[in-house]
Design a protein around this ligand. Structure first.
Ligand SMILES: NC(=O)c1ccc[n+]([C@@H]2O[C@H](COP(=O)([O-])OP(=O)(O)OC[C@H]3O[C@@H](n4cnc5c(N)ncnc54)[C@H](OP(=O)(O)O)[C@@H]3O)[C@@H](O)[C@H]2O)c1
Length: 298
């Protein structure tokens, strides 16, 4: 098994890394580790107060910028604002099983934030990215089904977990198709993905009603089975810096990929469906109005 730890991260001096959702959980731990190794890290957050509080826990060069992935105008504004080259983009932000909600542009909240927001962000930043795009998915992708005719749950009755699983499957299909397109464009940039296993973060904090059975069950499970956000960030860091091929997917190497040192892991058969990946890409371009910006190499 790999022994990959924060202490083994290479020096990142002179590199710029953008991490979405960097004010808490996996994103904050990822940003903190990279800043400590010398990277200039941009915390891309929807709440600047929370972003600045997270930055105060980090050493190194850390910049806080506003990015609301549930608003295409905010994504365009962020991309226009970041004019320097970016070495690594970490598409980490996400939300899980909220009640039915819509982004500013009318997308269902989970596919809109977790996939379409990062889709638009990546393609807008891509001409300035030099090394890697890392997208954070989940073991939950295995339960995912993509409905290209109803990505936004307008025809089907909304179900929160299938909507989360769809968005996390979309993260992997996006990575696969991005990898294919980057290869076709002879780009040196690699597209990789990661999942943190089970990490005790704020992802389900919105469910918290301390009296509820669900809260007590969740607390019991997370105390016994979850790893820390620092350990949960290791697969993301591995996908960001380790010598791995484009299209790779990293996760914890322990029991059921729930925790443990990172390694390359498998994905569902649907996540390996290249035709579906291309069709999702085309649908995502239609919905966001943002296209792949690089020309095919001749
Ligand atoms: N924790 C786990 O066990 C687990 C397992 C599998 C996959 N994951 C994945 O890991 C990633 C990070 O989650 P986490 O566990 O670290 O949860 P977390 O602590 O809740 O962090 C999620 C981050 O995403 C941000 N975010 C949500 N909506 C946003 C938006 N519209 N625009 C910009 N940022 C937004 C949140 O900002 P606010 O603080 O402002 O809400 C927060 O910073 C997610 O993609 C999640 O699916 C986590």
């Amino acid at each position: 098994m790999t022994t990959f730890a924060v202490a083994q991260l290479p020096a990142m001096t002179g590199r710029t890394v953008v991490v979405t959702g960097a004010n808490s959980g996996i994103g904050r731990a990822t940003a903190r580790a990279l800043a400590a190794r010398g990277a200039r890290v941009v915390l891309a957050v929807r709440d600047l107060v929370k972003g600045r509080a997270a930055a105060a826990t980090m050493t190194g060069e850390v910049d806080v910028r506003r990015l609301d992935l549930a608003d295409l105008a905010s994504i365009h504004a962020f991309a226009e604002d970041v004019t320097d080259p970016i070495d690594v983009l970490v598409n980490n932000a996400g939300l899980m099983i909220p009640p039915l909600g819509r982004t500013v542009d009318g997308f269902e909240l989970q596919i809109g934030t977790n996939h379409l927001g990062h889709f638009a962000l990546t393609n807008l930043l891509l001409p300035r990215i030099r090394q890697r795009v890392v997208t954070v998915s989940s073991n939950g992708h295995r339960a995912g089904r993509i409905d290209l005719d109803d990505l936004n749950w307008e025809r089907r009755p909304y179900r929160a977990f299938p909507a989360y699983a769809q968005s996390k499957l979309a993260n992997l299909l996006f990575t696969a198709e991005l990898h294919r397109r980057l290869t076709e464009a002879a780009s040196p940039v690699l597209a990789t993905a990661a999942h943190p296993g089970m990490a005790a973060t704020g992802l389900l904090a919105h469910l918290d009603d301390e009296q509820s059975l669900l809260h007590r069950f969740r607390t019991a499970i997370s105390t016994r089975l979850s790893q820390s956000d620092e350990d949960g960030a290791l697969p993301t860091l591995y996908a960001a810096v380790a010598d791995v091929p484009g299209g790779s997917y990293a996760g914890p190497g322990g029991f059921l990929e729930g925790r443990g040192a990172p390694k390359l892991v498998g994905r569902s058969r649907t996540a390996r469906d290249g035709t579906l990946a291309r069709r999702l890409w085309a649908r995502s371009e239609e919905l966001t109005g943002v296209r792949f910006p690089l020309a095919t190499a001749r």
